[in-house]
Design a protein around this ligand. Structure first.
Ligand code: BG6
Length: 514
């Protein structure tokens, strides 16, 4: 096994090629592999970021030959990467793809994997670097890691590396996350593990750090002296889309908030890291998670709202109630919406509430961070009803219309002193063109180059669960009427708005057209 990998931070100026490697995908016929992983690899190849000494071994139960699997990958690329793939590039790509039929429980499959790896290592001169991607249901993470370890496939000899990539969900509470971490550590070291949170691969999420720390324009006022509250919204119009069986056992708190939204929160709230290096950035995030005030049952009642969608319409489409979705328990108590008020107990954020909300089947697909500034009126303007105006707000739009808005007061032209809100608007696509990338390109590239900055470290993950666990525990025995409802196509339950009105605040009204 290796010593700790000392990995440089993400390269900022000189773009480097990915390290040579063989990538083994467990769950090679699954949705994630078709929709995200192969398209991302293809885009990396298109952008000339993938080493020539690269290959993929897909593994799964189906009896594909290499040729049949290659044909399938090409069809999937046409559907999910590009309608018109470049024939030269496709040729280059498929020559590097293999399939191994196997049973993840059977040690013999790992013996066969070892043999195939030896073969492709030579054919493609991969330097024996192996990337094991667990694109499987979570129950398989531990057992596959065990088998890889037992088969000797995780030991790092000489200069070669072996890395293990784990998708979410990583555990379903603190205890199970600790147990899974422990199980993985039986076969690999922490430095070999890459826990994926695909939100961290999104350009705009990474830009939060650049916006705050590389530009620095707003940093001097990024604190409780100037900021009244922060609102983070991740709204989806989709329901559970055939994933009812998975989602009904999980819910919005575990599916979105504990991971994606907490990562966005950490980037928004953390102290400037001294350098853009994996451990330093992850330490800065750890400090935010540690400082989040833990909730007792009475705090959960006051500060957390859970709800489930009832039938409704989105656009002109009729949406059935969540409980009527396939594979969902007709009496399900699973939340499809959660809103929460959190405090970060440190000097920067003293008494500043962070309001987080996420839900499925909402009015609009949008993710944003809204920084609501305190009202700073330095001069009295008679006749102007300043208190009726919205507070100045900085909005970091994460998706789908990535960009930044600044809403502030301005004088309405005319002889009368009157003020209204105006907006400065920056759109990524206007400056940089449309970006096709879904986040996985960056993450795969970083894994191949050993950069941990955008991956969740075990201690951060466990701290996240320790924040969420008291809520899950309270809900497990809470009265049924603490699960509210909202019509599909709305902005969520009224109880969520009430939570803010009790603080004399309101959710930012997100316009229909941005
Ligand atoms: C996934 C969740 O992690 O993120 C899904 O499991 C959710 O339920 C998805 O729909 C949202 O991702 P994105 O990139 O579309 O915002």
């Amino acid at each position: 096994m290796s010593t700790v990998e000392t990995k440089p931070a993400k390269q900022t100026a000189n773009i480097r090629l990915s390290d040579p490697c063989a990538m083994v995908i467990f769950g090679a016929a699954g949705d994630l592999t078709r929709r995200k992983l192969f398209p991302a690899l293809y885009h990396l190849a298109e952008n000339k970021l993938l080493s020539d000494n690269f290959c993929v071994i897909g593994t799964g139960r189906r009896p594909y030959s290499h040729e049949v699997y290659r044909e399938k990958v090409v069809e999937d690329l046409k559907e999910f990467a590009t309608a018109n793939p470049d024939p030269e590039l496709i040729k280059w790509f498929v020559e590097r793809i293999y399939f191994l039929q196997g049973d993840f429980k059977d040690p013999a499959s790992f013996k066969s994997l070892n043999e195939l790896l030896n073969q492709v290592d030579t054919t493609h001169d991969t330097k024996s670097n192996h990337l094991y991607y667990l694109a499987t249901p979570p129950d398989w993470f531990g057992p596959i890691a065990d088998q890889l370890g037992k088969a000797g496939l995780t030991s790092q000899e000489k200069e070669s590396w072996k890395r293990l990539v784990v998708e979410k969900p990583f555990g379903d509470d603190l205890q199970s996350a600790i147990a899974l971490n422990k199980q993985l550590l039986g076969s690999v070291e922490e430095s070999q593990i890459y826990r994926i949170d695909h939100y961290l691969g999104k350009e705009t999420v990474q830009n939060i750090m650049v916006f705050r720390f590389a530009d620095g324009l707003f940093e001097p006022i990024w604190n409780h002296n100037y900021i009244d509250n922060v609102q983070i919204t991740v709204a989806e119009t989709v329901g559970v889309e055939g994933r009812g069986g998975y989602y009904d056992g999980v819910g919005a708190l575990r599916d979105m908030l504990q991971n994606h939204m907490f990562q966005v929160l950490a980037l928004t709230a953390m102290e400037p890291p001294a350098r853009y290096e994996a451990e330093i950035v992850r330490d800065a995030k750890r400090d935010v998670f540690r400082a989040i005030r833990r909730m007792k049952s009475e705090d959960v009642i006051r500060n957390v709202v859970r709800a489930q969608y009832a039938e409704g319409t989105i656009g002109s489409k009729a949406i059935p109630a969540y409980r009527a979705e396939p594979s969902v328990n007709p009496e399900s108590m699973t939340e499809t919406y959660v809103a929460m008020k959190l405090f970060i107990d440190n000097g920067r954020w003293k008494n500043v509430p962070f309001y987080l909300r996420t839900g499925k089947s909402l009015a609009k697909r949008t993710s944003e961070i809204a920084i609501r500034f305190r009202r700073q009126t330095l001069t009295k303007f008679d006749d102007m009803a300043i208190e009726n105006l919205s507070p100045s707000t900085l909005i970091l739009r994460l998706q789908p219309d990535d960009g930044i808005n600044l809403r502030m007061g301005a004088k309405v032209p005319g002889p009368v002193m009157k003020m209204d809100m105006v907006e400065m608007n920056f759109c990524y696509k206007d400056y940089f063109g449309a970006q096709g990338a879904g986040g996985y390109e960056t993450l795969l590239y970083d894994i191949m180059n050993g950069d941990h900055t955008l991956f969740t470290r075990a201690d951060n993950l466990e701290t996240n669960w320790s924040i969420v666990d008291p809520i899950l525990n309270y809900w497990a025995s809470a009265p049924k009427d603490t699960l509210h409802t909202y019509p599909a196509g709305s902005w969520g339950p009224k109880e969520s708005s009430n939570m803010l009105s009790k603080d004399h605040r309101r959710w930012r009204r997100i316009p229909a057209n941005t």
